[in-house]
Design a protein around this ligand. Structure first.
Ligand code: GDP
Length: 518
């Protein structure tokens, strides 16, 4: 879950609770959010909350200590669910609003289900108690059926009777939120690391370009940071808060509008800071490519000469992240893996290691660096499996070291890419040109050496220079017959997948053959 798994105990600092308001339509969610916002303006908050950025923070005194709470400023559970579906945990506590004159309704139940599924503690706001038909006790009875037993009946859910319209008991509700957070959550995060957050809203602004409201979850986001959010990237040019003021840095649980992404990211996308712009771009490009790949049917790739070149030069690397149940096994596993004998072309790199469950942070890093995660005697925590599936990250679990070694070894063997060599087939000179309505330009040729083969790759040579690198002999005839090959010293008629051919041009055909490995 968010904020707790980075750095040592000493690095963790208290962060404000993040709250979402949910409930049935017309029960007063919007009114409640307005009322909380404006109650705080009345108390002379600097500038007041003037901007709808998708979230805001307020401060309340609880037991004489000023406590900050972050509110997600989108009523309803759609945003909550959308983010959860994308693996982002954006909320610590849910306020479920029930109108005292109406009672538990279908969307109330849905909201309870969402919060409970996400393991988010609930505070119940019994709203509209100013109304005549208000029956707050009846609401308490109804909610008990869904496992929400009021404290006054011996349960552990706090119920607060409010009137969003009259601004009644809003402070008690905020206090209940803080007390619930204190009782059931450990809200701490490490502010001294590169920031991570979740985009809760994003849009294209006419003047400012792509704008994303980001809720910081760990670390501190600063102006100038290189960032990636989903498949968008950029650099933080400016940050603006809910008071419309510029901010230089944002710490955990702080919502800020971030200006500087080059495209609009999605709500629920994870934002992270990377070392430099180039890395941000690479990660975003990779994610874009992955998205495209997932969409496009996998067609067999044609090998171009450039590819051939890079096949020969490229060294492959398998990146690993190792998570284990204790420091000893992690170390042992890493040593054993590094001992695997592999070809020079393939490298094995352990880019991160640690004790404990596979976290979303691990998955994000793996996605960003194309790494495979190895979990040794550990499981995936929270939403990390979901995130891994979405990002196409491979998590492999083992409890026996040699099995891990065996599998990684075979993975490395599988990574040895085939090497292709060009094998020259032959050359033919164009002696005559014919025009066919069906086939286009037909070249009457003399095979000068070797063979010309139908469907073979070909290049066009004019005055001793290659003018076309990539074409194919698409039809081949000897006399009146379609043939697959014509040998040296014979005439033939052929067409190529390039129309601007001339008498005197030479067509050279070749093929790519896989070089055997031992
Ligand atoms: P939402 O759909 O849950 O966001 O509900 P709204 O906040 O839009 O409220 C629906 C209606 O109930 C509006 O007409 C509000 O003015 C009214 N309303 C909200 N809270 C209260 C309240 O505490 N008392 C009364 N009398 N009306 C309220």
């Amino acid at each position: 879950s968010f904020g707790e798994d980075e750095g040592g105990e000493d690095d963790l600092e208290i962060r404000p609770a993040v709250v979402t308001v949910m409930g049935h339509v017309d029960h007063g969610k919007t009114r409640l959010l307005d009322s909380i916002r404006s109650a705080k303006v009345g108390e002379g908050e600097a500038g007041g909350i003037t901007q709808h950025i998708g979230a805001y923070q307020i401060t309340v005194p609880v037991d004489e200590v000023d406590r900050t709470i972050t509110f997600i400023d989108t009523p309803g559970h759609e945003a909550f669910t959308a983010m959860r579906a994308r693996g982002a945990k954006s909320t610590d506590i849910a306020i479920i609003v029930v109108a005292a004159d109406d009672g538990v309704m279908p969307q109330t139940v849905e909201a309870i289900n969402h919060a409970q599924a996400a393991d988010v503690p609930i505070v119940v706001a019994v709203n509209k108690i100013d109304k005549e038909g208000a029956q707050p006790d009846k609401i308490r009875g109804q909610m008990t059926e869904y496992g929400l037993v009021p404290e006054e009946y011996g349960g552990d859910t706090m119920f607060v009777d409010i009137s969003a319209k009259q601004g009644l008991n809003i402070d008690s509700l905020l206090e209940a939120v803080v007390l619930t957070a204190d009782a059931s959550l450990d809200l701490r995060a490490n502010p001294d690391m590169d920031a991570q957050g979740v985009a809760i809203e994003a849009h294209l602004d006419r003047g400012r370009g792509p704008v994303a409201t980001v809720l910081i979850q760990r670390g501190t986001l600063r102006v100038g940071d290189s960032i990636v959010a989903g498949d968008a990237y950029g650099r933080v040019r400016r940050m603006v808060d809910e008071h419309g003021e510029d901010v230089e840095e944002a710490t955990p649980s702080r919502p800020v509008q971030v200006i500087g992404l080059t495209s609009v990211c999605g709500a629920g996308d994870t934002l992270m800071v990377v070392d430099e712009d180039r890395t941000a771009r690479q990660i975003a490009d990779k994610r874009n490519a992955r998205k495209r790949n997932a969409l496009a049917a996998r067609s067999r790739r044609r090998i171009s000469l450039e590819d051939l070149d890079s096949h020969l030069k490229e060294t492959s690397q398998l990146n690993l992240i190792i998570k284990g149940d204790n420091a000893g096994t992690v170390e042992a596993l890493e040593e054993a893996l590094m001992g695997i004998e592999i070809d020079d072309e393939v490298q094995l790199r352990v880019i991160d290691r640690g004790v404990g469950a596979v976290t979303e942070t691990n998955v994000n890093l793996a996605a960003a660096s194309d790494a495979v995660i190895i979990g040794f005697n550990v499981r995936a925590e929270g939403k990390s499996t979901e995130l891994a599936n979405r990002e196409g990250v491979d998590i492999r679990y083992y409890s026996i070291i040699y099995q891990a070694i065996d599998e990684i070894e075979s993975a490395l063997k599988g990574m040895l890419k085939p090497i292709y060599e060009e094998k020259k087939l032959g050359q033919a000179e164009i002696r005559q040109l014919f025009r066919s309505s069906k086939l286009g330009n037909i070249a009457g040729c003399m095979v000068l050496d070797g063979i010309i083969r139908r469907n073979a790759k070909a290049r066009l040579i004019r005055d001793g220079k290659v003018v076309v690198e990539e074409m194919t002999v698409s039809s081949l005839r000897r006399e009146k017959d379609d043939v697959t090959e014509v040998r040296e010293g014979f005439e033939c008629g052929l067409t190529v997948t390039y129309s601007d051919i001339k008498i005197g041009d030479v067509i050279e055909t070749y093929e790519l053959v896989e070089k055997p490995r031992d």
